[in-house]
Write a protein that binds this ligand. Structure first.
Ligand code: ATP
Ligand code: MG
Length: 476
């Protein structure tokens, strides 16, 4: 979460002396003059070059030295003015992508829908976009339903500001004089901690429905309110997300859940009626979750991931998506088990089905899907009264740690699993030790009723070490 420090109030206290008045444009109606274009000189704002990444600075300077306009833009300017640490630095310029490529050896041109240049410095990629306009040279393609399919018409900085999504995302830091340029009132919104779409909200969401998800995500990340006029149309227009490419929604889902503000994003998605268009199975399961157990598990998982991001620990989408699809996998596995499918096959198949169904909305890349299936399929194996050799094999399984963490999370949903989870904690801490048999616990596949049905009777107690298949878990 980012908060505005004293430094920022300084930014707004001074009235900037505008050397050149930018062309006046109005963010409410893009054909009318703006009420208040504003150029804040270097001394009157807090954005400092020492907080800009070395790669972005090199790009800005090189463009400038070569006679082009060059601005830091978008989330980086927004986050720096709020005292935060941007995760990427985007640059806008009046050079075309081809001209950018001629300036940098380490440059590749990407995108068809939105052509831009990536300049690569080791692990850092600086995205360089040409300023875009409404009409002029280049190509723009708009679908009958209003969606912008392609946007490659070059324009002025004023026009570029107006085609951005939110006013707080349309601030420019000009490398030629170190001023901050605001054409749409973004500075005011940073102060009032509100997000306003630029232009007519209906039209802007129709042009690109992903902006609804960006509203939820950025308001979660910044702890900003979405202004009423920008929030209102979302409930009605959320179904438009069905037309967005599932691969793009996966990228968006990563930014929602894996960037350190996943729990807040989740709440914003729910609040604005967006969750069911992104994760339909989860949203449906939450409406049936009378005791709040699934919600507890989901929220705990997202909060854990946020904490790991804050501590700079690695996080994987496989684990997060394994949680987000869990209720679906669990109920499908139960049905399959009830119809006589063997345990291991039932869990694998349930996992594949959940991922395939989810792919209609969010396409999870195969490498994560494989890991998710393993995490799920290992769950019933934890519950089997098992021989020592099998315990060792499970401990050595490459996905053991993730599956074990998942088991710990499930305790939120099923407190009865606490003893079993504790047993595996000990088994892990003392590899090779002779442990008492795992505690009798309800087998995972049977423990949660589907659609309110009563769980089947728990398995009969058996002596440890005996190898025997059982319906709730099999060490296949
Ligand atoms: P963050 O990087 O913190 O997630 P961001 O606002 O920088 O947030 P990016 O996806 O990096 O998000 O986009 C950079 C900028 O490009 C945005 O700030 C905004 O100005 C513009 N932009 C991105 N997506 C859209 C969109 N769908 N419609 C209009 N403008 C957009
Ligand atoms: Mg960004």
């Amino acid at each position: 979460m980012i908060s505005i420090g004293n430094a920022f109030s300084r930014l707004l206290r001074r009235t900037p002396t505008n050397a050149q008045e930018p062309r006046r444009l109005n963010p409410e109606n893009r054909n009318l003059p703006s009420p208040e274009p504003r150029i804040v000189p270097r001394a009157a704002h807090t954005l400092s070059r020492k907080h800009i990444s070395p790669g972005a600075l090199r790009v800005l300077y090189r463009l400038h030295e070569s006679g082009y306009a060059a601005y830091l833009v978008g989330g980086a300017v927004r986050d720096l003015l709020l005292g935060g640490h941007p995760k990427d630095f985007d640059v806008a310029t009046d050079a075309t992508p081809e001209q950018v490529r001629q300036l940098f050896r380490n440059c590749r041109l990407i995108g068809r829908r939105f052509r831009l240049a990536h300049v690569v410095f080791g692990r850092e990629i600086v995205e360089v976009a040409t300023l875009r306009g409404q009409d002029g040279e280049g190509e723009r393609e708009v679908h009958d339903d209003g969606r912008i399919l392609r946007d490659n018409i070059w324009g002025s900085i004023e026009e570029d500001a107006l085609r951005r999504d939110f006013r707080v995302n349309a601030l420019y830091y000009d490398i030629s004089d170190f001023s901050v340029r605001d054409y749409v009132g973004g500075l005011e919104d940073l102060r009032s901690r509100e997000m306003h779409l630029i232009g007519d909200p209906q039209q802007r969401y129709r042009e690109d429905p992903v902006r609804m998800l960006r509203a939820a995500r950025l308001s979660a990340k910044l702890d900003f309110e979405i202004a009423t006029a920008s929030a209102e149309p979302i409930a009605e227009l959320a179904p438009l997300l069905a037309d967005v490419a599932p691969a793009r929604l996966f990228d968006e889902a990563l930014k929602l859940f894996m960037a350190g503000h996943g729990l807040a994003s989740f709440h914003q998605l729910e609040r604005h009626g967006l969750l069911r268009w992104l994760l339909p199975a989860l949203a449906a399961a939450l409406t049936r979750d009378r005791d709040g157990a699934l919600r507890r598990m989901t929220e705990r998982a997202l909060a854990n991931t946020d904490a790991r991001v804050r501590e700079d620990k690695p996080v994987t989408p496989a684990f997060t998506f394994a949680v987000l699809l869990w209720s679906e996998v669990q109920s499908t596995a139960l049905h399959l088990l009830e119809s006589g499918v063997e345990v291991s096959a039932a869990w694998h198949r349930a996992g594949q089905m959940a991922i395939a169904e989810q792919a209609r909305r969010v396409a999870i890349p195969r490498r994560f899907g494989v890991a998710m299936e393993e995490i799920w399929a290992l769950q019933p194996r934890f519950a089997v009264r098992t021989a020592r050799g099998r315990v060792q094999r499970l401990l050595a399984h490459p996905r053991f740690r993730a599956a074990y963490d998942f088991l710990q999370l499930r305790v939120e949903q099923e407190p009865a699993l606490a003893e079993l989870a504790a047993w595996w904690t000990t088994a892990q801490e003392r590899p090779g030790a002779v442990l008492p048999v795992p505690p009798e616990s309800v087998a995972p596949a049977q423990s949660v009723p589907v659609d309110g049905a009563a769980p089947k009777a728990a398995r009969r107690r058996r002596r440890g070490g005996q190898r025997k298949r059982n319906p709730g878990g099999g060490d296949a």
